[in-house]
Design a protein around this ligand. Structure first.
Ligand SMILES: [Zn+2]
Length: 208
């Protein structure tokens, strides 16, 4: 049987396993719909929100794209953000980058062909913003730092949207966190946080 068709078998086995330990598992899940976290992460399958933060299904509302970007012209991302802030009233937004990100690596390499190059251009913008710091680093250290800086800049982009600014002005709205995940050690690390009481984001800790 082709590998792709085995996924249906695996799905049934997975659903059966969960129902064995809790017969109401899926019924309860269907009724619960109030996540407290909007997670903006990379499309890379090794950095999934529920896996790396060990979240039960439904605890996070998730948006993913290449290199966890928040682009002001991206209707998809902004719609997710608006729904999360205005309807779900999430308490936290996490922008989670990861080390070893292919999108970030592409921003340090030669131009690509096709629409993906326009997307990677947004990461090159972060690279230009932090040129002096990045040029003082080499190789993997430079790439890892750009992964961190990219996540931090996307926190700024979230905080600059009218969606979040309006919520903060109304005395509500979520805290916005920048995190980084290590695919090679399985650990999440905080980078920065921005909330409605601060004028700028606060660097939480330099992960080195
Ligand atoms: Zn990535």
């Amino acid at each position: 049987m082709p590998q792709i068709e085995r996924l249906f078998e695996r799905n049934r086995a997975w659903a059966d396993r969960l129902k064995e330990t809790d017969p109401d598992y899926f019924r309860n899940l269907a009724e619960r719909r109030k996540p407290e976290i909007l997670w903006i992460g990379c499309a890379d399958g090794r950095a999934l929100a529920d896996r790396v933060a060990d979240l039960p299904p439904g605890e996070a509302f998730v948006h993913r794209n290449i290199a966890n970007m928040v682009v002001p012209s991206d209707l998809n991302c902004l719609s997710v953000l608006q729904y999360a802030v205005e309807v779900l009233a999430v308490r936290h937004i996490v922008v989670c980058g990861h080390y070893g990100c292919g999108g970030v690596r592409a921003a340090l390499a030669e131009p690509l062909r096709g629409p993906i190059d326009g997307w990677v251009d947004r990461i090159r913008l972060v690279r230009r913003l932090h040129r002096a710091e990045l040029e003082s680093l080499e190789g993997e250290a430079r790439e890892r730092r750009l992964c961190e800086l990219n996540a931090i800049e996307q926190v700024r982009n979230v905080a600059d949207t009218t969606i979040v600014r309006d919520a903060w002005a109304a005395g509500a709205g979520p805290d916005v966190h920048g995190w980084i995940y290590g695919i090679d050690d399985g650990l999440l690390r905080p980078l920065c946080v921005r909330n409605r009481d601060d004028d700028d984001l606060r660097i939480v800790r330099d992960p080195g």
